[in-house]
Design a protein around this ligand. Structure first.
Ligand SMILES: Nc1ncnc2c1ncn2[C@@H]1O[C@H](COP(=O)(O)OP(=O)(O)OP(=O)(O)O)[C@@H](O)[C@H]1O
Ligand SMILES: [Zn+2]
Length: 724
């Protein structure tokens, strides 16, 4: 038996796997996912490694192969399935194995803080010298924590005892919290499923019963009762003894959803995300590993929850960009969820009111199964009106608010109904300009203009750089400095000036940085302690307020102006989502302000017409050969010095050129990134479009292997969400 071992598996730079012979006496204890001691390198030092594969043969000559020396873990630290997932990610995203493993192995496992070293009783006499014997017997009496002083001071002796097969890692005794305080009485809804919901549920259940990997796109308009379908599916899976992973875009924005699920499924619900307290995360991790038939709810990282007997994955709001990691490794949790579903041979539900263009395309092609919920539960989608802001200005209205929006706000306030004002930009003003010399106040570290905040400072929304605002030009010392454009702070201020008695709340990342702040703002609004909620995309999705009947979109053009091929898709999605907050129980209205009122993404969003948007957008994608008509990889090189980043990208270009002829690919660039400098690092990129997924993966991995200009780091972004 041969074990494939990854040495230093927690190091992101590690990428190799080595073959080791498993001696007969260890054959029963060596398993995928356990750590082992092996000899490594010319000096044969004893190092720790993780078993990532087992096979029967090897290419290494018999007299050259080294042996596994000892098994460290009593139980696997990571399942075979998760290691398989790590290899899939490694391949698809061109990652190092270490990077991929670090995603599936939580930090408390790599740092070993949750393990005790325990002694195994030994049957035969293993001739220990007195020192070792003393240590062994003390551990036999009482296991010691891996990071205890005793272990640190006796490292070599401990390893000797391991090599003799006398010690092993065992999980410390954790009392798994049953969360009994949180146990809410289970409720059942007081309504029956609509016919559409029934149909969707039945299709999903039969896919579940049949088993097999399958994508199900649950395309349901806003307020069509997708949640109810998810919940019943989960109940069904749990009854059948299977576990479910239920992914939501952002945990802080989905308290309602979690409460909802908890109130129906009870203490089988586990919350799992990387921002929770490590003890809570550990608790969820242990419970997921130990308990049968649980539901794990969480954002991105929930896709790695170590559940056993996984039967179903649900991804709510599958189109949300927050599933994609902005930092390396740039995985997309939706794609990873698909990999995991495939490995487990189970169905995955992708739910959305505005499916991503690619997924809808696959549904059209029959690759995904399509379930539709075409109607709102209350039958009425809100009426949406577009206001041409060019016309407003021509007619003498210079305010940020159109006359129509103001009069509708007034109406709503009179009726005592609530209002949402959406602007996808925080702070007070996004641009500060000197009118004397024309200087635009820029971040010191990024090629980004600084945003003025009312508290008297300027801030970079990319790197967080902050400076005091003195109202004096940095360049020419003139006092003739002005702020342009509006952010949520300014909207809040101005709306209060228009409607003195209105109670206004603001929700953006400035007002929600403190723990629980989001929940408190939403609670206040839900309990009608406020009339108007101003906010960024945080308020655009998932929320359900019965008395909310007016949504105002202050500036629909912000996303459109992004230099990115998905900007129209984002605009359509965001407008549809935010419009969907209005009139969920009573008739509602939406007012969209724009300088491009004929733009098709805005027009079709106002008509709730996904289909027409899709048709129009697909024409453009086809013409421009963008996904789903191609597979895209963005290669970015990053360095503190401009010419080094440039040289880096030239290396990438040279390698790409070698493959251009034999592959169906098009190379765009190299060029400077649209945002050239971020956090003092210069960035160049090359965008490559491939006709075939297989070639994309192959070339991305070849570039990763061959790129060796270490001065500039290389980011490979497979299927990027933006190319800024
Ligand atoms: N069959 C039903 N009969 C009556 N009410 C229902 C039914 N199904 C769901 N509801 C209610 O309808 C409301 C909207 O449902 P839900 O929030 O699930 O919609 P959604 O499709 O997830 O919307 P969005 O995409 O906008 O988040 C909820 O208050 C829910 O309790
Ligand atoms: Zn910055």
């Amino acid at each position: 038996m041969i074990a494939q071992v990854c040495i230093n598996y927690h190091d992101a730079n590690v990428d190799k796997v080595f073959d080791y012979l498993v001696p007969t006496h260890l054959e029963n204890s060596v398993e995928i996912g356990k750590r082992v001691y092996v000899n490594f390198g010319v000096s044969n030092r004893i190092v720790e490694g993780l078993v990532v594969g087992i096979k029967q043969t090897t290419d290494i000559e018999e007299n050259k192969i080294k042996s596994v020396l000892a098994v460290i873990d009593k139980f696997s630290v990571v399942s075979k399935e998760q290691i398989e997932l790590a290899f899939s990610m490694k391949n698809y995203y061109a990652l190092n194995l270490g990077e991929a493993l670090s995603l599936v192995i939580p930090p408390f496992v790599s740092s070993k803080q949750i393990y005790n070293i325990c002694a195994k009783k030994h049957e035969e006499n293993r001739d220990l010298d007195d020192d070792l014997k003393k240590l062994y017997e003390s551990i036999l009496k009482k296991p010691v924590s891996v990071n205890s002083k005793l272990v640190k001071e006796n490292k070599e002796k401990i390893i000797k005892l391991f090599l003799k097969g006398l010690l092993e890692f065992d999980l410390k005794n954790f009392d798994i919290k049953e969360d009994s305080e949180k146990k809410l009485p289970l409720v059942e809804p007081d309504y029956n499923l609509t016919e559409e919901q029934h149909k969707a549920l039945n299709s999903i259940i039969s896919a579940f019963d049949e088993g097999g990997y399958r994508n199900i796109l649950l395309f349901g308009v806003t307020g069509s009762g997708k949640t109810e379908v998810y919940i019943r599916t989960i109940q069904y899976a749990i009854e059948k003894g299977k576990s479910v992973i239920f992914m939501v875009p952002e945990i802080s924005l989905t308290p309602q959803m979690i409460e909802n699920v908890q109130s129906r499924i009870g203490n089988k619900v586990l919350v799992y995300h990387s921002k929770m307290k490590s003890i809570d995360r550990l608790n969820s991790w242990l419970t997921a590993r130990n308990k049968e038939a649980v539901v794990v709810i969480g954002p991105r990282s929930a896709v790695f929850a170590p559940v056993k007997n996984l039967g179903l994955i649900i991804v709510d709001e599958e189109h949300e960009p927050s599933y994609k990691s902005e930092k390396s490794p740039r995985i997309n949790a939706v794609e990873v969820a698909q990999m995991r579903a495939k490995i487990n041979n189970i169905p995955i539900i992708l739910g959305s009111a505005t499916p991503s263009i690619e997924h809808y395309f696959y549904a059209q092609k029959g690759r995904y199964f399509l379930c539709m919920l075409k109607n709102r539960i209350n039958k009425n989608l809100p009426e949406v009106l577009i206001v041409d802001m060019k016309k407003e200005i021509l007619e003498g209205n210079k305010s940020i608010f159109s006359r129509l929006l103001l009069s509708e706000i007034e109406n709503n306030l009179k009726k005592g109904e609530q209002i949402l004002l959406f602007l996808n930009r925080r702070g007070y003003s996004p641009i500060v300009i000197c009118r004397e010399c024309g200087y635009v106040f820029m971040c010191k570290n990024c090629s980004i203009s600084l945003t003025y905040h009312k508290e008297g400072y300027l801030k970079c929304h990319y790197c967080g750089y902050k400076e005091e605002y003195r109202g004096v030009c940095t360049k020419c010392n003139s006092r003739y400095v002005r702020q342009y454009g509006s952010g949520t702070q300014k909207i809040e201020e101005e709306i209060k000036a228009y409607f003195k008695d209105a109670r206004v709340l603001r929700m953006d990342s400035d007002t929600t940085s403190k723990k629980d702040a989001t929940e408190q703002i939403l609670k206040k609004f839900r309990e009608k302690e406020a009339d108007i909620l101003v906010g960024t995309q945080m308020i655009a999705k998932g929320l359900h307020f019965p008395d909310l009947t007016l949504v105002g979109v202050i500036d629909a053009d912000i996303l459109l102006n992004m230099p990115d091929f998905r900007s129209r898709e984002r605009t359509f999605q965001l407008l549809t989502q935010v419009a969907g907050r209005s009139g969920r129980e009573k008739p509602g209205k939406v007012i969209i302000q724009s300088f491009n009122p004929e733009e098709y993404s805005i027009v079709f969003a106002s008509k709730h017409d996904y289909e027409s948007f899709y048709v129009q957008e697909m024409k453009l994608r086809k013409m421009m050969e963008y996904p789903p008509y191609s597979y895209v990889v963005n290669f970015v090189t990053v360095a503190r010095e401009q010419n080094i980043a440039k040289r880096g990208i030239e290396h990438v270009y040279a390698i790409l050129k070698e493959y251009e002829k034999e592959n169906d690919m098009k190379i765009y660039g190299p060029s400077e990134n649209p945002i050239f400098k971020v956090e003092n690092q210069y960035r160049y990129h090359i965008l490559v479009k491939f006709k075939r997924a297989g070639q994309m993966i192959c070339i991305a991995n070849l570039i990763k292997e061959r790129y060796n200009y270490n001065n500039a780091s290389l980011i490979i972004d497979v299927n990027p969400l933006d190319t800024l």
